[in-house]
Design a protein around this ligand. Structure first.
Ligand SMILES: Cc1ncc(COP(=O)(O)O)c(C=O)c1O
Length: 369
């Protein structure tokens, strides 16, 4: 393994200091929850190693959300990031062929690279409304392909694959006896308009998610792998045991208590997300510097500066942070040009969100050549 720190982590708000940011539009999650608002009881918890697959009741609660999934199809992990690491290191060796869409959440690209895999990119473009050209996956996949990897809903663009495209990718993985990894970390925020959890559709699919993005609980490191292939799950469990042995029993207990009564929390989260999204949709056609592909899910969008404008992007980001205390995710966090930026619309309060949007337009105008 050859590890390199990613710009998205080096320059993240938690590294920069939350106290230095007034309008944080860089987050890809809903607002972080505060423990005392959640009515969680931890006093009688014994601080032991817990079940290696994750507490059975927790796995049952996770599984119950998805038809055809039971507790044995669920492996609880320290966040989706660890799940992705375990999957990549289990399935890939140096030189192995893996197909990954780009741009993407950094780890989905960086861990295969750290392994030394042959990372074959399928690029999503603004012009194609950030939808993949599925025929490109078809052309690239061979019997030697060890993994096909997508993120759905997508980060950083907030787009959703069509059900037909997802099924084509599953058929492709099946025909070539490979696996389809679907990072579904944003799924629960917008579930009602969504297609089924990908892992319910085939035992060639590995679904990954967590409590970080949809529930605002990234500070407990709880995620999960769902997969109906028992042999594969046994390998992922071996990886987990070698790295972590178990999850933190404290984290698991908080996650279980939260998920058992999540509906009112989720209703409030979805209401806040919808309110901020309405502000974004209203603002976008009225401002003069950005163009966008309207997101369909998740809590992010990935607009870019209009091509005809001559904007000094380095100056723009400097002004935005230093003078307006506003943070967005610059394109280079996603190996794209800094004319793109990720805007997260659910994390900030409505007031901070409005202020941050106004700052983007003002800073861009000031950075125009
Ligand atoms: C698509 C995606 N997957 C996984 C993760 C990792 O999330 P966590 O480890 O907090 O569950 C992130 C975090 O940004 C993400 O955007």
């Amino acid at each position: 393994m050859k590890y390199t720190r990613m710009p998205i982590e080096k320059e993240s708000p938690e590294e920069f200091g939350y106290g230095n940011i007034a309008c944080n539009l860089s987050e890809s999650s809903v607002t972080d929850a505060v423990l005392q608002d959640l009515n969680i009881s931890l006093q009688d918890l014994t601080l032991l190693y817990c079940e290696h697959r994750g507490d059975r009741r927790l796995r049952e609660v996770i599984a119950a959300q998805y038809p055809g999934i039971d507790a044995d199809d669920v492996l609880v992990t320290p966040g989706a990031a660890a799940a992705l690491f375990m999957i990549h290191t289990s399935l890939l060796e140096s030189g192995d062929h893996v197909i990954v869409e780009h741009p993407n959440y950094g780890t989905n690209l960086e861990t295969p690279r750290a392994i030394g895999a042959n990372v074959d990119l399928v690029r999503l473009t603004f012009e194609n409304r950030f939808q993949p050209d599925i025929s490109e996956f078809q052309r690239k996949t061979t019997r030697d392909t060890k993994l096909i990897s997508i993120t759905n809903p997508h980060n950083p663009t907030g787009t959703l694959k069509t059900q037909a495209d997802l099924q084509t990718l599953i058929d492709l993985a099946t025909a070539h006896e490979t696996y389809l990894l679907v990072d579904e970390t944003y799924r629960d925020i917008t579930e009602p308009k969504h297609h089924p959890l990908a892992a319910t559709l085939s035992d060639r699919v590995i679904s990954v998610s967590s409590v970080s993005k949809a529930y605002g609980l990234p500070g407990i490191r709880i995620g999960w792998i769902i997969c109906k292939n028992a042999a594969l799950m046994e390998t992922f469990l071996a990886a987990k045991e070698q790295i972590f042995i178990t999850n933190s029993v404290v984290d698991e207990s908080i996650a279980l208590q939260y998920l058992e009564k999540k509906d009112p929390y989720l209703a409030a989260i979805r209401a806040h997300t919808a309110a901020n999204f309405a502000i974004l949709k209203d603002w976008m056609p009225r401002q003069s510097v950005l163009e966008w592909v309207e997101p369909q899910a998740a809590v992010v969008c990935f607009p870019r500066f209009k091509a005809e404008l001559n904007i000094d992007t380095a100056l723009f980001y400097r002004l935005l942070v230093e003078e307006y205390k506003t943070f967005v995710g610059p394109g280079h966090w996603f190996e794209m040009g800094d004319n793109y930026m990720r805007i997260g619309y659910s994390w900030p309060t409505t007031e901070a969100f409005r202020e941050g949007l106004a700052a983007i337009e003002t800073a861009a105008k000031r950075a125009m050549g």
